[in-house]
Every structure is written in structure tokens, then in C-alpha cells.
Design a protein around this ligand. Structure first.
Ligand code: ATP
Ligand code: MG
Length: 770
């Protein structure tokens, strides 16, 4: 398709085009942030399809988050039309989970294996610590979990680990590691590390399986290559071995996952591993203003271990980077909120244009409070995600047992929740029986009649639990997944448990469970393979970024989660010694450099405005601590930075002086020279854009009414405050408030004094206007 081919190449610069056209042999694109690495990878895939060099099923692309994968898939589709069926685009974890669903039986896992999150694994680890009398004095279950995961990431087997373990914590881990692995296998379950290791085992033991995939995938692509760990590296090498068409893109300066086993040598030794590799360097940055780039450059220059990379831009210099100093975290939050409001109201930036980044999850709380108080819509990425909430995990546990009854961690979770007379003693006896005969917990439950230590009452209780699970397991094939979910959740007593007392929390939980069922219904309606086990796999692999949606709201997230993303306005909060860099990371040079790369990643998310913020005191670990500003602020290029009051950044000298000139009290805010913010937006193109950079600022379309009006369903008219509606469960009610739009629209509806106000997702609530 020559037209598509032209379209694909036209959107690229010379270097990028070169990378796209280099379709034979290994290719590495190594380049700084915002230089179009991800864009080039996407266009390359489209190019392969448009020119017929590859069929969709011959292409695999591995990304860092599911969201990135979705975006890539959509963009490719946009470029080449609908000819993408059969192409694999996903995270390492989801792609290889898929491989294991297809071929895992060859290494002893059934198709319906469970995927354990850290919570589930911890349960197993605790249980094994109990069983093997490993005391928690020396090391916590969580500590053991980390040690084991670390070993797995480095592909150290339990036997090997036992021989190299040193010290009490590692000795304890060495004891648990083999038992943990055995328990997982028995439960037909895998933890996240297994999703990468088991495929390697599979390929190793069954070369024919490896050959099948090698032959199939002519082209292998990897984004964010700098953050791959050893197992991922091995997988990539294995897959690419037949055709040698491996294309990786990355930036060593953005490597931020060493603490999780990411291995920077993967990128540094690419040319050695693949001697005929073509290396492409991209140097033009399309994302950020000149000043933001100058700042970023001054951050990374402090690190010794970095490949040399040029980065330049045709974009305007843009605004100065603004340094914000506050008295406390609360003050900081308030200032951030006021800046957002200011840019929103005066400059017309929409809420979705803002991101607030921080080092630790706990920092979101005061910021959330400040935003909530002023009704600024926001989302927190990676807080407690929906699927990690207790009530959701309880409901999911039942569903997971339906597809895989041997899933011990989930049996333990719900065997007596809601309470059904299977107390701790009974559970212990079941487990002992299982241990003694080498059964899984479920197999023991199936043989409850034979357990002499149990009373008749206990046996009956266990028997009815078994019956509940078995009944729905037998229906799993024939019944749609959402109905199945609805029924078992009801029959298990989960819904009535949540409705028992009418606290707000429980009502919210109840609604969350309803939301889950609606989510499954959605999945059933839209998926090619709408089985419960595919649904469970998908949600088990959701990453912290994935809950982000298109709604117009401020995004709050950790610096780690911001990788690969871009926003017109970025705040980096909490730039204080001990917090960023983290105290424990400041000691070793290596760790400090990783923190600095993290700062680099954060700063380079910004397109137009970048705010660097720190507070003189912060409440941590139950105490108010006095803080000094981060060393990172003393390292940066002060020419491009202004304090909130408009003055120059006074590095070092002023470090401990009270900042009457700074901006430490909120009144300073009003003293800001307004031109300082607006200059760039007013002159030239009116948006600071130039040179063909695609504009990404989404201005709010001023609606004439100005209020928050949400059109729900054309056939139904508008759901707006004041309208009377009918709900299938709650009956008649009156709309009080409407928030959000599209998929995310919610309404608060008053259903009379018995039921009170309910917040409902319009998408699922199926309200009828009366
Ligand atoms: P990061 O290292 O942060 O992941 P990246 O190198 O992957 O960055 P992209 O996200 O691909 O960079 O590109 C940054 C921005 O620049 C995107 O909005 C992208 O669409 C835009 N861009 C990249 N190349 C071009 C180009 N040739 N013409 C116009 N816009 C471009
Ligand atoms: Mg990218």
C-alpha cells in the first residue's frame, strides 16, 4: 500500500526514517527522551505491514505497560487500517502468560493456571514459614519474598541459592524458596517472576516449542529496553534467534528499575551481542521546550556512567523552570493546587494536561486533599488500584477458584469468608491432612469425609464450601462469565455480608463488587475469547498505569510510573534530601545515580511547564521533620530556573537561610509576575508551539452553559441535576450531581431516606429518565 507507506514515512525525520527502513537484522535505537523512539517503533511496525515485509502474525512488540501496548496497537491501526489481526502487542508478562496458556501443559501447568500477585505469594510464604518453623524474628515474610524474587530475577535456582546464601535472612529465604516453588506448582499458580522464567524453562526443555515461536515471529520489537532484566533479555534473544530481526529502543539514562533486577548491560552490550546490529541515534527532541531540555541535560551530566547523547530541539525556549519552596507538605500541596487552578482558569489548560510526580506513594495524600477541597478532578495512578481492593480480591478469589480449585492462596482467602463455620482449627486440620498425604488443600477438601480429626459439623461446613465451588466450576463452560460471577458472589454470601450493616464504606464496597460484575459483562461483550480465565489473566496483569483513562483530570503518580508518558505541565514534588534522593539511596554512588536518572525521567515528561517543588518540613513516620532541599536542586543549571517569586535560583549560598525572597509563604504567589507565565502562550503561535511539533495541549471547549452537563445516552435524554430517574434496584430517585464524562461519567442520585444518596457509574447503572 504505497499511500500508507508514504503516510508512515512522512511523519518521521531523516534518522527515524532510517531506523524504520532498516528491516533486516538487529537494530538498536538509543536516544534521549522525547526523541521519538516509541513513535519510530510504532511506525516501523506499520511500515512492515504496509510494505508487506511482514504479515501481522509475524510481528511481536513488547512494551512496558498494557496502556503503552494499547496505544501502540491503536496507532499502528491508524496508520495501516485494520490489517493487524494476529499481531502480538503486549507487556512481557502478558505476552508470555499467553505463551504459557498455549504451551504450559508441556511443563506441567494446566491452561487455567492462576497468576499470583505479591499479596497471594506472601500468603504462601507465610504458610511455608509456619510449616517449616522459620521464625519471623530474623526476617519478615515480605523480606523473604523480596529475596526470593531477587534470586528468581537473576535466574538463581533454589539449589544454587542454598549454596550461596549468607546470613540469617538469606538462610531463612533459602529454606523457604524450594518450599514456595513447590507450593506454587502444586496450586497450579505462577507469580510474576514465573511468567518470565517458566517460558525459558519451556523453551529449554522443548526446543520444538521454541522453534515454533521463532519461526512465527519474524520481527521482534522491544520498547524501554533499558529496563529489561536478565530473563527478559534471554527471552528476547531466544525469540529473535531464527530471523535475527530484533529491534530494541531505549535510553540508558532513563534506566530506573535496577532495584528490580533490570540490567543496564543489556543495552550497553547490544552491539557486542549482535555484531551486525545497526545502531541509530536520534537527537531531535520533539517533546519539550529548550529550557526544559537544558535543565534535563544539567541533571544527567552529574552522572558518570552514561552513554554520550546529543539532544537538541527546534522548540521555543519556553518558560523558565519554576522552583517552588513551601513550609510544609500541606503548603506545598496548596501551592500546586493554586498553580493548576491558575493555568486552568487563566490559560485554559485542561485538567488532563497536568501531572504531579513524586518519589513515594504516600506523598499523594496531602495533594489529593488540596485538590479535593477545590473540586479539581484528579486520578491517582498506582494508589490502591481497583483490583487490589479487599472486596474485589475476595470476589475474584471465588472466580479464581472456579477456574482453578487447586489455587491454595485463594482457598485460604475465602474458605471462611463470609463466615461459614470453617474456623482456624478446621483449616489447620485440613492443611495437615493435605501435607501428610501430599494433597493440595482442595484435594483435602474433596476428601473431607476421611479426615478423622474433624467433627461432623466441621465436615458439613467444608462439604458445603466444596459443593459451592464445584457447582459453579461445572457451569463455567456453559454460563456467560458475568452471570456466573453475579451468581456465585451472591450465593457465597458476599453481597449480603457487605449489606449487613449500612456503613458508607460497606455500601461503597458493595458498589465496587457490582462494578466488577459490570466490568466482566463489558469484557464478555467485547472480547474474542470471553472466558472467565482470560478475564482473570488480563486483570492479574494490569500494571499501575493501566487504570488511567481519558477523563479530563489531573494525574498523580510516582516518578517510576511516569516513564514513557508526556504532559504539558509537570510538577516534581518533594525535592528534599532524604526523600528524593531517598535516604538509603544517597549512600551508594550507584543508587544515587539511579535516583538522579529518576529525576531526569520526571523532568523530561514535561512539554511546556516544569515546576520543581520542595518543603521545609514534612510529616513522616509520625514526626514532623525539618528538611533541606535536595542536592539535585543544587546541581541543576540555574540559568533556566526562577524561584516562584521570579528571582534567580540561589544555589548553595542560600541553602539554610530562611527564604524571605523565595516563595515560602503563599502570599508570594500573588506577587508572581503574570507575564512570566503567559509570555510564551501569547506570542507567536499562541501556544508556544513551533516547527511542526504536533500540539498536544487540549484546550477546554467552553460550553455555553458552563455547568457540568453530561449527555449519557442519546436515546435517553440528558442526565442532569434535578432530573428524576429510575434504577432497577434502588427504584425512583432524583439526580443530585453529575461528574466526569463519557465512560467515566457518574451521578449522585438520591433514592429517598431509606437508601439515601448513591454514586453510580452511568455506564453501568442503566438509569431511565422518568
Ligand atoms: P521517552 O524516552 O520519554 O519514552 P520517546 O523517545 O519514546 O520518549 P516519543 O514518545 O516517541 O519519544 O515522542 C515524543 C513526542 O514527540 C511524541 O508526542 C511524538 O509524537 C513526538 N514526535 C516524535 N517524533 C516526531 C516527528 N518526527 N514529528 C512530529 N512529532 C514527533
Ligand atoms: Mg518512549
Amino acid at each position: 500500500d504505497p499511500e500508507a507507506e508514504k503516510r508512515i514515512l512522512d511523519g518521521l525525520n531523516e534518522r527515524q526514517r532510517e531506523a524504520v527502513k532498516a528491516t533486516d537484522g538487529p537494530v538498536m535505537i538509543i536516544a534521549g527522551p522525547g526523541s521519538g523512539k516509541t513513535r519510530t517503533l510504532t511506525h516501523r511496525i506499520a511500515y512492515l505491514l504496509a510494505t508487506g515485509k511482514a504479515k501481522p502474525h509475524e510481528i511481536i512488540a513488547l512494551t512496558f505497560t498494557n496502556k503503552a501496548a494499547r496505544e501502540m496497537q491503536e496507532r499502528v491501526q491508524k496508520l495501516v487500517g485494520d490489517q493487524t489481526k494476529g499481531m502480538w502487542v503486549g507487556t512481557f508478562h502478558s505476552s508470555f502468560a499467553r505463551v504459557l496458556r498455549i504451551d504450559g501443559e508441556k511443563i506441567g501447568y494446566s491452561r487455567d493456571f492462576s497468576i499470583y500477585d505479591t499479596d497471594d505469594s506472601k500468603r504462601i510464604i507465610k504458610q511455608q514459614m509456619n510449616r517449616l518453623n522459620v521464625s519471623t524474628d530474623d526476617v519478615s515474610p515480605r523480606g523473604i519474598q523480596n529475596l526470593i524474587s531477587d534470586a528468581k530475577n537473576r535466574m538463581v535456582s533454589p539449589e544454587k541459592y542454598a549454596s550461596v546464601a549468607r546470613g540469617r535472612a538469606q538462610d531463612a529465604a533459602a529454606k523457604i524458596y524450594p518450599a514456595y516453588e513447590k507450593a506454587l506448582r502444586k496450586a497450579n499458580a505462577m507469580d510474576f517472576d514465573d511468567l518470565l522464567l517458566r517460558p525459558l524453562e519451556l523453551f529449554d526443555e522443548h526446543p520444538d516449542v521454541l522453534e515454533k515461536y521463532q519461526t512465527r515471529w519474524k520481527y521482534v520489537h522491544i520498547d524501554e529496553y533499558q529496563d529489561t532484566n536478565h530473563a527478559q533479555y534471554m527471552l528476547a534473544r531466544n525469540l529473535a534467534d531464527a530471523h535475527d530481526n530484533l529491534c530494541v529502543v531505549g535510553d540508558d539514562a532513563q534506566s530506573i528499575y535496577a532495584f528490580r533486577g533490570a540490567d543496564i548491560t543489556n543495552i550497553l552490550s547490544f552491539e557486542k551481542d549482535f555484531p551486525d546490529a545497526t545502531t541509530v541515534r536520534l537527537e531531535q527532541n520533539y517533546r519539550s521546550t529548550g529550557r526544559i531540555l537544558a535543565l534535563a541535560d544539567s541533571i544527567i551530566k552529574e552522572n558518570d556512567d552514561q552513554l554520550d547523547k546529543e539532544l537538541w530541539t527546534e522548540n521555543d525556549d519556553g518558560e523558565y523552570i519554576a522552583l517552588m519552596e513551601s513550609l510544609s507538605e500541606k503548603d506545598e500541596a496548596k501551592k500546586i493546587e493554586r498553580r493548576i487552578r491558575d493555568l486552568h482558569v487563566r490559560e485554559g489548560l485542561s485538567h488532563g494536561d497536568f501531572a504531579v510526580l513524586y518519589r513515594t506513594n504516600a506523598q499523594s495524600r496531602p495533594i489529593e486533599e488540596a485538590l479535593r477541597k477545590e473540586n479539581v478532578p484528579y486520578q491517582v495512578i498506582g494508589g490502591t488500584p481497583f483490583y487490589q481492593r479487599k472486596e474485589i480480591k475476595d470476589a475474584l478469589a471465588y472466580l479464581r477458584l472456579i477456574v482453578n480449585p487447586n489455587d491454595t492462596a485463594n482457598i485460604q482467602r475465602v474458605i471462611n469468608y463470609p463466615t461459614r463455620g470453617i474456623g482456624r482449627k478446621t483449616q489447620e486440620r485440613l492443611q495437615n491432612f493435605a501435607n501428610k498425604h501430599g494433597f493440595t488443600l482442595w484435594q483435602a477438601i474433596e476428601r473431607v469425609e476421611d479426615i478423622d480429626t474433624l467433627s461432623t459439623r466441621a465436615k458439613n461446613a467444608v462439604e458445603s464450601f466444596r459443593f459451592l465451588i464445584a457447582k459453579y466450576a461445572s457451569k463455567a463452560e456453559s454460563m456467560p462469565a458475568d452471570e456466573l460471577a453475579q451468581e456465585i458472589i451472591r450465593e457465597a454470601g458476599l453481597l449480603s455480608e457487605l449489606r449487613k450493616d449500612h456503613t458508607r464504606e460497606n455500601l461503597m464496597r458493595w458498589e465496587n463488587v457490582q462494578d466488577l460484575v459490570s466490568g466482566i459483562a463489558d469484557f464478555v461483550a467485547s472480547s474474542d475469547d470471553p472466558s472467565l480465565s482470560v478475564f482473570l489473566q488480563e486483570i492479574a496483569l494490569m500494571t499501575s498505569q493501566d487504570e488511567e483513562d481519558d477523563a479530563d483530570q489531573v494525574t498523580l503518580m510516582t516518578l517510576h510510573a511516569s516513564k514513557g508518558l508526556e504532559y504539558p505541565v509537570v510538577f516534581v514534588a518533594g525535592l528534599e534530601e532524604g526523600l528524593f534522593p531517598l535516604e538509603m539511596a544517597a549512600k551508594e554512588k550507584q543508587d544515587l545515580e539511579e535516583e538522579r536518572r529518576l529525576f531526569y525521567v520526571g523532568a523530561t515528561r514535561a512539554e511546556e511547564y516544569l515546576f520543581l517543588s520542595w518543603a521545609r518540613s514534612r510529616y513522616r513516620y509520625g514526626d514532623r521533620e525539618t528538611k533541606t532541599r535536595s542536592r539535585f536542586l543544587d546541581e541543576i543549571n540555574s540559568d533556566v530556573v526562577r524561584t516562584a517569586g521570579g528571582g534567580e535560583l540561589d544555589q548553595k549560598k542560600n541553602r539554610f537561610k530562611s527564604s524571605s525572597d523565595g516563595g515560602s509563604d503563599s502570599s508570594n504567589y500573588d506577587g508572581v509576575d503574570p507575564h512570566y507565565y503567559r509570555r510564551n502562550l501569547r506570542d507567536g503561535s499562541g501556544s508556544g508551539a513551533s516547527n511542526g511539533k504536533e500540539r498536544k495541549l487540549k484546550r477546554i471547549e467552553q460550553s455555553s452553559g458552563g455547568g457540568r452537563r453530561v449527555v449519557y445516552d442519546e436515546g435517553q435524554g440528558e442526565i442532569v441535576p434535578g432530573v428524576r430517574v429510575e434504577h432497577s434496584k434502588f427504584g425512583e430517585g432524583k439526580v443530585q450531581d453529575v461528574e466526569g464524562r463519557g465512560e467515566k461519567a457518574t451521578a449522585v442520585v438520591y433514592f429517598g431516606s431509606d437508601i439515601g444518596n448513591k454514586k453510580l457509574k452511568l455506564k453501568y447503572a442503566r438509569l431511565r429518565i422518568i
